[in-house]
Design a protein around this ligand. Structure first.
Ligand SMILES: [Zn+2]
Length: 90
């Protein structure tokens, strides 16, 4: 199943939902690995969602994912920058 991020238009082909199901179902929360925004699965596509409308447990879970995602992104970026400094192609 393919979905498109409503924020950055990133096309996601692989899905793992918060409760570890393979495909999103109605009302599921989705996290974009490209831009880090949160959206909701609604009538077959993703719509933007305000994190503050979600319950506390879900917000906490999302914060954890976002922290891990940011860390990974920073590590990748640092590696890329090092290569640029050394004159290698990123
Ligand atoms: Zn996105």
């Amino acid at each position: 199943m393919n979905t498109r991020c409503p924020y950055c238009n990133y096309l996601a082909t692989e899905h793992e939902t918060l409760d570890n199901q393979k495909n999103p179902k109605e009302g599921d929360i989705s996290f974009c690995i490209e831009c880090g925004e949160v959206s909701k699965y609604f009538e077959g596509c993703l719509i933007p969602v305000d994190v503050y409308d979600l319950d506390k447990a879900t917000r906490k879970e999302i914060r954890g994912i976002q922290t891990a995602w940011l860390r990974t992104k920073m590590i990748l970026k640092t590696k890329q920058n090092r290569k640029v400094l050394k004159g290698e192609k990123p």
